[in-house]
Design a protein around this ligand. Structure first.
Ligand code: FEO
Length: 398
């Protein structure tokens, strides 16, 4: 049965949420599910903004049919053709064969890699192009690499509505209300941060470019393809995006990440964390073998100071720490202060190897010279850990 929400004049939310999905993009745990948003505008012409993932297709088609109220569909605007938004593209065109597809040439080409469809149905649009649909105008704003190369936003100047594709999206299913002001900061912010850094975070420059374009627009309603719709206090979220896309730490504090097999490296990490907390420094501690790497990555981007502690394993960095550090490098972490702790019962070398990965990242500064532990952190090793904590605390205060 249909389940739509009227979110503006002649504008309906027709998307749906999936709470059974375990891994978004087969990689990111989504215990709170995810929503696939789609919007229908019923002006003199009817316009659908994107389709949805196959997992919610039944609900989606019931919603579209209801919101159309017996009218035909005139336009399908494809702002982002990644399959979580286009898996139902062919089925939509079969159900509404009269619809014209509004998309960039790049989108049309990429759609043809996935689907066989009549390309003469495409109305190609580009940066700044407009399409009148009655009382309203659609103006198209290209947003390449936020998150794929073909992405575009759509702006409706008459009502100051911006459709933003993946940008300003978040993990997390919707429940009842669809508006961010209903509960965003308490419920969605950690998932929004994790979504941003894992999905879009590599493309900070491109996000900055599109934020500059958006800065010139009056915006009253923001409609992303995942997560809640923004009608209030969007500036607060925009500020987060600005910080995130400039790689500026959102919070001053220390995130301690450790990889420990028998608990000794954990103990070393906890000694540093306890000393930092005793100095009044905000600190969080993560076991990289327990916390999912998507959350570790999000927290590393969040904080100003990072500590990595790893046992040596197979003459290398412990596997989960190695994976985490390479993920950080792949996502372009930069501009952080970091400190290293290595452990090894006969040939410790995780520190040197971790330094090699972190040193390849932009604007990274190591504090101290690293602490080496030969199994248990007692005696001199403990003193060195306390000295390292003091050095981090001094930098934090300075
Ligand atoms: Fe939600 Fe890049 O797809």
């Amino acid at each position: 049965m249909h389940n739509t929400v009227k979110i503006g004049n002649d504008l309906f939310y027709v998307g749906a949420s999936d709470r059974r999905i375990a891994l978004f993009e087969s990689a990111f745990p989504v215990p709170r599910g995810v929503s696939y948003n789609s919007y229908l505008l019923t002006d003199e012409k009817t316009v659908l903004f994107d389709t949805v993932d196959r997992s919610v297709s039944t609900q989606f088609f019931e919603n579209v049919r209801f919101a159309l109220g017996g009218r035909k569909l005139d336009y399908l605007v494809v702002q982002h053709m990644e399959p979580d938004h286009s898996a139902t593209f062919s089925a939509l065109l079969s159900a509404y064969p009269e619809a014209t597809v509004v998309a960039t040439k790049k989108t049309a080409s990429m759609l043809s890699h996935y689907f066989s469809y009549p390309e003469e149905k495409v109305l190609a649009v580009g940066e700044g192009d407009t399409l009148s649909v009655g009382k309203r105008t659609l103006r198209f704003v290209l947003a390449p690499m936020v998150h794929w190369p073909e992405v575009m936003f759509t702006y409706i100047p008459e009502e100051e509505i911006l459709f933003t594709a993946d940008a300003f999206g978040t993990f997390g299913a919707l429940g009842g209300g669809v508006f961010a002001d209903e509960r965003f900061e308490a419920e969605f912010l950690p998932d929004a941060r994790r979504y941003y850094f894992n999905i879009v975070g590599k493309y900070g420059v491109q996000v900055q470019n599109v934020l500059k374009k958006a800065a010139g627009l009056k915006i009253s309603l923001v409609c992303p393809l995942h997560g809640p719709v923004w009608r209030e206090n969007f500036g607060w979220f925009l500020q987060k995006y600005d910080l995130w896309s400039r790689y500026v730490p959102e919070e001053r504090g220390v995130a301690v990440f450790y990889a420990s097999v028998y608990g000794h490296t954990q103990n070393a990490a906890e000694i540093v964390a306890t000393a930092l907390a005793g100095e009044g420094v905000p600190v969080k501690v993560y076991d990289v073998s327990v916390t999912d790497v998507s959350e570790l990555l999000s927290e590393a981007f969040r904080y100003s100071h990072l500590v990595f502690a790893s046992t040596t394993y197979n003459n290398g960095i412990f596997v989960n720490m190695d994976n985490f550090l390479r993920d950080l490098a792949a996502h372009g972490l930069r501009g952080r202060k970091y400190a290293l702790i290595e452990n090894g019962s006969w040939s410790p070398q995780a520190g040197t190897l971790m330094r090699g990965i972190l040193g390849s990242m932009k604007d990274m500064t190591e504090l101290g010279e690293g602490v080496t532990i030969l199994s248990a952190a007692d005696g001199a090793a403990r003193e060195k850990l306390l000295s390292l904590a003091e050095e981090i605390a001094a930098d934090f205060r300075g």
